[in-house]
Ligand binder design. Structure first.
Ligand code: FES
Ligand code: FES
Length: 162
């Protein structure tokens, strides 16, 4: 007898359903329903490639059981903006050459968004600590840190311009 259950997920503002066993991770469920923008790296909480926002908080989706996301808002990197209207974090990564590889970048952008949601003016240390759960194996962190500073400045400018 199958122990699958159908769960309702809200992903990037849209209602979606996934039929999964109780032990299925959010990472696996998201990818099964087509969210290949959420990357599967270590699958044990080490690399941050699978990061998504869950009710605004960055989590490793490989360590999150899918059913625990029911009733919560899941945001992937595609939910932040699109090619016609990039989120300032995406814009800064694109313009600053910080989008280095397609594997790490989605999780790094999600973690960067979470840093700036919590603190609009992060110090260098705040940025480094905030991104410490995201591994880049090419070790190219300089442009990433610059992009987060740039996005922070843009977002603060947008706030003060209101
Ligand atoms: S795949 Fe989730 S932290 Fe590496
Ligand atoms: S950005 Fe993916 S290995 Fe460096």
């Amino acid at each position: 007898m199958s122990n699958d259950r159908t769960i309702a997920l809200r992903v990037n503002g849209r209602d979606e359903r996934a039929t999964v066993p109780a032990h299925r991770t959010l990472l696996e469920a998201l990818r099964e329903i087509g969210h290949r923008e959420v990357k599967s790296g270590c699958e044990k909480g080490d690399c941050g490639a699978c990061a998504v926002l869950l009710d605004g908080m960055a989590v490793d989706s490989c360590l999150t059981l899918a059913w625990t996301a029911e009733g919560k808002e899941v945001t992937t990197v595609l939910g932040l903006g699109d090619l016609d209207a990039l989120h300032p974090v995406q814009e800064a990564f694109s313009e600053g050459g910080a989008a280095q590889c397609g594997y790490c970048t989605p999780g790094i952008i999600i973690a960067s968004k979470a840093i700036l949601d919590e603190n609009p003016n992060p110090s260098e240390d705040d940025i480094r600590v905030g991104l410490s759960g995201n591994l880049c194996r090419c070790t190219g962190y300089t442009k990433v840190f610059e992009a987060v500073r740039e996005a922070a400045a843009t977002l603060r400018g947008a706030e003060s311009g209101r």
